[in-house]
Design a protein around this ligand. Structure first.
Ligand SMILES: Cc1cc2nc3c(=O)[nH]c(=O)nc-3n(C[C@H](O)[C@H](O)[C@H](O)COP(=O)(O)OP(=O)(O)OC[C@H]3O[C@@H](n4cnc5c(N)ncnc54)[C@H](O)[C@@H]3O)c2cc1C
Length: 483
């Protein structure tokens, strides 16, 4: 359609019909354009995973390895998501053993997430599970990654496992028939298509697929948004010594760095009392904890911003993107100005867009509570166990133990073949401070991907899947359970 035709259509057509893409909710008041109906090519899969991020990569690997024809739809040009863009380390594969003398050290998340770590170590892209020597009432280990090698490693693993990876492809809608999701609409430079499948997993962080499919959700807007800058030409040993000399060192982990063991790979504190730097850092919403797996690189320094509305509001996000980029540049200036060894620091990379801690919260059959987490509660349908809380030492799982994540917490309420995994589940903010962390999202991904493949193979809804079969498949794939 040329510009004249477009204008004519706008003038001739009346109010647009709801499309099920969510676009109508964001439309400005006034003139509307009604899209003409069109026929789309349909591609058939057993399982579609929306979002190749922290949870989605693992979900797709898990589904494909169960034999499901699996499509993975990702808006960006690479898999990885927030684990490669926001955070500084993977928390946490272990229980909090160091904070509880006498409690045995045990690796509580294994399976595919551990396999990714092993692949990364082999290519020099991971610190290994580096032990914390300061701040170990927060976490006992810290697993730092090279975020670029993570993207490549994840991509290679997906291809090796026969996942059909559709990067640079945006999921824009859902095809729903009552409580059943029939397919998704995707858009790329190859055009607009429909992907149909028997079972679906939403791993988009924002809950896009669930929202398009009509699931119930809320948008609490109760976290800062953030971008993270990787700083080059720096010296983490000098950074740590500098913080220490100001009584400001709070965390320290030692592990593999530039191929050498027992190096500082994590250092810093939530806030520092360095005169001049402290107030400036506060004004930027700048965190002072950093990690690295390379001698001359800090990964990352974060700048946070509180938005007035939920980060699903595009126009407010535009303002936030600009403001955070200004803050990142100023943060690197602070390093140059104040931190010995960082006089020639520069911005080596930033995330492609701001990162969120949560956007939409999708209603599922079960909502994990803070007491589930803190009381180390276990369930008769759990898909993983987990022992980390991001607000530790204020909140810790009882006795350095674990709680279970039940399968029912991944089943999207009201839809019979849609699961959700990652930061979009768990409404209680303090419980979410545990379930949203990378390693938990990865474990949920393995649970959801496995369940989706089993449902597709059995032609059954997510609520009809026999838990014993799911548990058996997870155990065979190396997932750890207590007892
Ligand atoms: C700034 C920040 C710092 C953090 N620090 C840490 C830390 O140090 N340690 C830790 O363990 N956790 C940390 N977290 C938490 C953790 O990183 C996230 O909660 C977790 O990575 C979220 O994983 P996810 O799978 O839910 O989403 P994501 O990893 O964000 O994956 C979502 C994917 O879906 C894609 N997508 C979204 N919508 C669409 C669509 N419509 N179509 C196609 N693709 C789509 C996205 O591009 C993305 O790749 C941090 C979070 C933030 C924001």
């Amino acid at each position: 359609m040329n510009r004249r035709d477009f204008s004519r259509s706008v003038l001739l057509m009346g109010m647009g019909a709801a499309t099920g893409t969510g676009a109508e909710a964001a439309a400005p008041q006034g003139e509307l354009y009604e899209e003409p109906p069109r026929k789309l090519p349909v591609r058939q899969f057993d399982v579609v995973i929306a979002g190749a991020g922290t949870g989605g990569v693992v979900a797709a690997l898990a589904a494909a390895r169960q034999g499901a024809r699996t499509a993975l739809v990702e808006a960006k040009g690479y898999p990885g998501g927030t684990v490669t863009e926001g955070g500084t380390a993977l928390h946490s594969f272990y229980n909090l053993w160091k904070a509880f003398p006498g409690v045995a050290k045990r690796q509580v998340v294994r399976g595919i997430p551990q396999e990714i770590v092993e692949r990364l170590v082999k290519v020099g892209g991971c610190s290994g599970h580096a032990e914390m020597f300061e701040g170990y009432d927060y976490d006992s280990v810290c697993t730092c990654i090279d975020t670029e090698l993570y993207k490549l490693t994840a991509f290679e693993m997906l291809v090796e496992s026969d996942v059909r990876v559709f990067v640079n492809t945006l999921l824009t809608g859902a095809i729903v028939n009552g409580p059943r999701l029939r397919g998704v609409i995707v858009e790329s430079r190859s055009g607009r298509e429909a992907f149909s499948a028997k079972c679906f997993v939403d791993c988009t962080a924002y809950g896009d697929l669930a929202a398009y499919a009509g699931a119930k959700f809320t948008e609490p807007n109760d976290y800062d948004v953030c971008n993270s800058v990787g700083i080059g030409n720096v010296d983490i040993d000098k950074y740590y010594a500098f913080l220490k000399s100001h009584g400001a060192a709070g965390q320290l982990a030692r592990g593999l760095r530039s191929g050498r063991p027992d190096q500082i790979v994590r250092a810093g504190a939530e806030s520092v009392n360095v005169p001049g730097m402290a107030e400036a850092a506060r004004a930027l919403g700048m965190g002072m904890i950093t990690t690295t797996v390379h001698d001359n690189y800090l990964m990352f320094i974060k700048c946070n911003l509180r938005m007035p509305v939920s980060p699903t509001n595009r126009d407010e996000v535009v303002k936030a993107e600009l403001e955070i980029r200004r803050r990142l540049a100023r943060a690197v200036e602070l390093f140059r100005q104040y931190v010995p060894g960082c006089e020639k620091a520069f911005m080596a990379r930033t995330s492609p867009h701001l990162c969120i801690r949560r956007g939409r919260l999708i209603e599922c059959d079960y909502d994990i509570t803070l007491s589930d987490v803190l009381e180390a509660r276990h369930f008769d349908d759990e898909v993983m166990v987990y022992g980390f809380h991001d607000s530790a030492p204020r909140y810790q799982v009882r006795n350095g133990g674990t709680y279970g994540l039940p399968y029912r917490a991944l089943r999207v309420d009201g839809l019979e073949n849609l699961l959700a995994a990652g930061m979009m589940i768990t409404s209680n903010r303090d419980a979410h401070m545990s379930t949203r962390n990378t390693v938990c999202c990865m474990g949920q991904g393995q649970g959801a991907g496995t369940a989706a493949a089993l449902c597709a193979a059995r032609n059954c809804g997510t609520r009809d899947l026999e838990y014993a079969a799911l548990r058996d498949a997870l155990v065979k794939a190396g997932v750890y359970f207590e007892g």
